[in-house]
Design a protein. Structure first.
Length: 336
C-alpha cells in the first residue's frame, strides 16, 4: 500500500464485503437444506409416525410455512444473533457450538502450528541445497502429503500407533476415567492451569495423549502446502535483481537470505495460510470423524445426518464467519 489512507480504504472495502459474503453463504445453506432429499420430521419421528403427529410437529417447528416466510424468520433471528434451537435435543444452537468449537479450534491451532513449522523447515532446507537429495526429498514430501486422502491417512496412523503399537488412544478427546477440566473449553489450557495450581498433571498428560494423533495427522498433511510454497517463492526471490544487488554490495549469504529474500518469499505463504484455514475445516471433518473428536465438524456431520436445519445453518454460519475473519486479517497483514 502506498499510503496509510490507501490501507484504510483497502481494509474498509474488505470489511464491507464480509457481511455480504456471510449473507450469501447463509442464504445458500438455507436453500440447499430445503431442496436436499430428506425430511427432518422423518429423522425425528420416523417414517411410520401418524400423520397427525407429523403435521403437529411440522407446525410446531414452523416447517409448514411458505419458504419465503421461513427465510425471513431465519434472517431476522440471525441478525439478532439468535441461531435457533436444535431440532434433535431442543438445545440452543449457540450452546452446542460453544461446547464443540473450542475442541475444533484447539485441534486446528495445534495442527496449523505443526504444519507451519514442519513445512517451512522442509521448504527452507530444500532451498539451502537446490537440486540435491534434500531438495528432491522435500519435493516428494510436499507432493505426497498433499495427495494423501485425509481419511485414509488418519486410519493408517490410527491403526499403526493406536492399535498395533498401543502407544496412543484410538480416539476421543480426553480419558474416560478422568473428569474433563472445566473453564475455557480448551483442554490444553485448562489442564495446564489445573496442573500449575493443583499439581494434577495427569489431566494434561491425558489431553496431550489424545491430541497427538489427530493433530499430527492433520498437521503433516497440511505441511506439504507450506513446504512447496516457501520453496518456490524463496527460489524465485533468490533469483531476483534486488537479491543480486544485495550480494554485489558484499553482504553475506545468510543476511541476504534472511533479511532480503525470506520476508518477500513469506508474503505468498501468509496468503496461503488464510486459504489453508478454509481447507482445514474440510480436512478436520474427516479427521474428527475418524478419531471421534467432539469438535464442530463432527457435530456438523451428525446434524446433516439428522436433518437438523438450525444446527447445520448455525455451524456453517459460524465456520464462514471464522474463515472470513481470518482472511481479512491475513489480507491486512500482507498489505502492511
Amino acid at each position: 500500500m502506498s499510503s496509510p489512507r490507501a490501507l484504510v480504504r483497502y481494509l474498509a472495502a474488505r470489511l464491507a464485503l464480509a457481511p455480504v459474503m456471510l449473507w450469501l453463504i447463509a442464504s445458500l445453506v438455507f436453500l440447499l437444506l430445503r431442496v436436499a432429499p430428506g425430511d427432518p420430521i422423518d429423522a425425528l419421528l420416523g417414517t411410520r409416525a401418524p400423520a397427525a403427529a407429523r403435521a403437529a410437529l411440522r407446525a410446531q417447528l414452523g416447517l409448514d410455512q411458505p419458504l419465503w416466510i421461513q427465510y425471513g424468520h431465519f434472517l431476522g433471528h440471525l441478525l439478532r444473533g439468535d441461531l435457533g434451537q436444535s431440532l434433535t435435543n431442543q438445545e440452543p444452537v449457540r450452546a452446542v457450538i460453544g461446547q464443540s468449537l473450542p475442541a475444533s479450534l484447539e485441534l486446528g491451532i495445534v495442527a496449523l502450528a505443526l504444519a507451519a513449522v514442519v513445512g517451512l523447515a522442509v521448504g527452507f532446507s530444500g532451498v539451502a541445497r537446490p537440486e540435491g537429495k534434500v531438495d528432491l526429498g522435500g519435493r516428494l514430501y510436499g507432493i505426497g502429503t498433499y495427495a494423501l486422502p485425509p481419511f485414509w491417512a488418519a486410519m493408517v496412523v490410527q491403526l499403526v500407533f493406536a492399535v498395533w503399537l498401543g502407544w496412543l488412544p484410538v480416539g476421543g478427546r480426553f480419558p474416560p476415567t478422568l473428569l474433563p477440566p472445566t473453564g475455557s473449553g480448551f483442554y490444553l489450557l485448562d489442564s495446564l492451569r489445573l496442573g500449575i495450581s493443583q499439581g494434577q498433571w495427569q489431566s494434561l498428560a491425558g489431553t496431550v495423549r489424545h491430541l497427538v494423533l489427530p493433530a499430527s495427522t492433520l498437521g503433516l498433511l497440511l505441511s506439504g502446502i507450506f513446504a512447496n510454497a516457501l520453496r518456490l517463492n524463496l527460489r524465485r526471490a533468490l533469483d531476483s535483481d534486488y537479491v543480486e544487488a544485495a550480494r554485489s554490495r558484499g553482504l553475506g549469504e545468510a543476511r541476504v537470505v534472511l533479511r532480503h529474500a525470506l520476508p518477500n518469499a513469506l508474503l505468498p505463504v501468509l496468503t496461503i495460510t488464510g486459504i489453508t484455514v478454509a481447507s482445514l475445516i474440510g480436512g478436520a471433518l474427516l479427521i474428527e470423524v475418524t478419531y471421534s473428536w467432539p469438535g464442530i465438524a463432527f457435530r456438523l456431520q451428525e446434524a446433516i445426518g439428522q436433518r437438523d436445519y438450525p444446527l447445520v445453518q448455525g455451524i456453517v454460519v459460524v465456520i464462514a464467519a471464522l474463515v472470513v475473519a481470518v482472511t481479512v486479517v491475513v489480507d491486512l497483514v500482507v498489505a502492511l
